[in-house]
Design a protein around this ligand. Structure first.
Ligand code: NAD
Ligand code: MN
Length: 499
């Protein structure tokens, strides 16, 4: 890796110069306890700055502010067209601030600035614009009832979609800004208010987003951000009776806790959880194209993607040719700090995550797999993991079953379509899957058999605001994107009128 220290811009240095505060009810505040949390640069392990470590009392204050804003006339009576305009203005502000946001994201998460510039920031902007458009397109229906009206009377019935209320959003560290947008976009489009809890590892761009939201004119309390640990900040938010809808992205383990808490309070909820998504290469695919696709599917964002193509199944005929090429691509990826323009892959997000991923690699090897690229032996400062390709792991091995959430691919051969469908479906997860082939009849045979919320054909990880996104099985509940997510941030009210 590059050892040169790569300096951040003056703007960023200024942003991180002081302890950051969080936004509650239109005020930038410290935690009431005075506690704070270190924010670490994963490329060096050095402290970037601190943020408040919010506790239950801070969460209570944020929820109260969001409730007040939800009931307040500034927001409640705002015309849909004005909500739309505010969201457009927020998207414009993010776009104008893209260089700052990209650098902050890189510094805090480890991904390259180039990646943040090309993916995280523009996807955030497009997502906010798409959701802005929905603010003016929320509709109910008129209903022709069969219920007999008394003589001379008439029944008129219709449905309204009303904002569900205060949204508690708990998000992960892999796409810190984009995940924040995925939650606040539909919430603000529908007229909800939000308490957002970014991941403890990556709070900085969420705080910057809140500054921008404040600058473009969202009323105080409509968007609140509480920074802190999962157990200290996330848990009190998840169990809070003042929350009307919980939106969670993260691990299946924590997702279940959030779901239980939600049901206890009858809080509406959605869970976007982990995955172990298969990449299936049929026998007609050029090995170069297959290897490009498979390498992209797993190494994009260092494998820290819920839909990462972490299991590669190649038809036995092409297995060696494809795996050899994926391994060659893995070996060529240049690791380094995200701020260095020469870097192709930055560190993973944290020391904890680096250790976790490396333990999986070691476990895989102990269980009989062979690393044909990478391994768990990166030395040096920063939380780097070598892009790794494992072959020979059994389908039941831990590395074939559990989400690793790092740049680690497990490759296996298959002989026929029914076998690969069973292999592909053979984990508790069901978030994404990709099939690579130009044989349409085989593709069409396979697609309906795959238990996954998204099936890509000859591509992987294409996500669009218009396309429903979410999981089968242990990968979650509910769908983000499109009209599905708008509906899920509303309550459906039936109105029945006798006149
Ligand atoms: P996590 O699920 O613990 O964290 C996600 C969010 O939940 C964070 O904001 C965290 O602070 C919060 N949280 C943690 N404990 C909580 C609790 N008890 N109540 C309420 N909120 C809580 O994820 P992690 O520990 O950072 O990562 C562990 C593994 O989870 C990863 O290795 C990966 O496999 C998976 N993961 C998946 C995604 C995804 O996009 N699906 C994202 C991050 C992590
Ligand atoms: Mn956790």
């Amino acid at each position: 890796m590059a050892t040169a220290q790569v300096a951040a811009s003056d703007w960023t240095l200024n942003f991180i110069q002081h302890a950051r505060r969080m936004l509650i009810g239109g005020r930038w505040v410290d935690a009431l306890s005075g506690k704070s949390l270190p924010v670490i640069n994963p490329a060096t392990g050095a402290l970037i700055c601190t943020v408040p470590a919010a506790q239950k009392e801070d969460v209570d204050a944020a929820v109260a502010a969001a409730q007040t804003a939800f009931e307040g006339k500034d927001w409640r009576r705002m015309r849909p067209a004005d909500r739309e305009r505010l969201l457009f203005r927020l998207a414009d502000a993010v776009e104008a601030d893209r260089e700052h946001l990209a650098e902050l994201e890189s510094l805090n998460n480890g991904k390259t600035v180039a990646m943040a510039r090309a993916i995280d920031i523009p996807c955030t902007v497009e997502f906010l614009r798409y959701m802005a458009g929905w603010a003016t397109k929320i509709e109910g229906r008129t209903l022709d009832l069969s219920f007999p009206a008394p003589p001379g009377k008439r029944i008129t019935a219709y449905t309204r979609r009303e904002p569900v209320g205060v949204v508690g959003a708990i998000i992960p560290w892999n796409f810190p800004l984009l995940m924040a947008a995925w939650k606040i976009g539909p919430a603000l489009a529908t007229g909800c208010t939000v308490v957002l809890k970014p991941a403890e590892e990556t709070p900085l761009t969420a705080l910057r987003l809140a500054e921008l939201a404040e600058q473009v004119g969202f009323p105080a309390g409509v968007l609140n951000v509480v920074t802190g640990q999962g157990t200290e900040t996330g848990a009190p938010l998840a169990v809070h009776k003042g929350i009307n809808r919980l939106a969670f992205t993260g691990s299946t383990e924590v997702g279940k806790l959030v779901g239980h808490a939600a049901v206890e309070n009858m809080t509406r909820f959605s869970l976007e959880l982990g995955g172990k998504s298969p990449v299936i290469i049929l026998d007609d695919v050029d090995p170069e194209i297959a290897a490009d696709g498979a390498a992209q599917a797993i190494f994009f964002n260092h494998g820290q993607v819920c839909t990462a193509g972490s299991r590669l199944f190649v038809h036995r005929k092409g297995f060696d040719a494809v795996v050899e090429r994926v391994a060659a691509r893995a070996n060529k990826i240049k690791l380094g700090p995200g701020l260095d323009p020469a870097t192709e892959m930055g560190p993973v997000v944290s020391e904890r995550q680096r250790d976790r991923v490396c333990r999986y690699i070691q476990r895989g090897i102990e269980e009989g797999a062979k690393a044909v690229a990478g391994g768990a032996d990166y030395n040096g400062p920063g939380f780097f993991v070598k892009p790794t390709v494992l072959v020979g792991a059994r389908a039941r091995a831990v590395v074939s079953q559990e989400e690793i959430f790092g740049p680690v691919l497990v490759a296996a051969a298959f002989d026929d379509l029914s076998e690969v469908a069973a292999l592909a479906n053979g984990t508790p997860y069901g978030l994404g899957a990709s099939v690579w082939s130009n044989n349409l009849s085989k593709v069409n045979e396979l697609v309906p058999q795959l238990k996954a919320g998204t099936v890509w054909v000859n591509c992987h990880n294409i996500v669009d605001p218009a396309m429903p996104f979410g999981g089968y099985k242990q990968s979650g509940m509910g769908r983000e994107m499109g009209q599905a997510v708008i509906d899920s941030y509303t309550e459906l009210k039936a109105v029945c009128m006798l006149t």
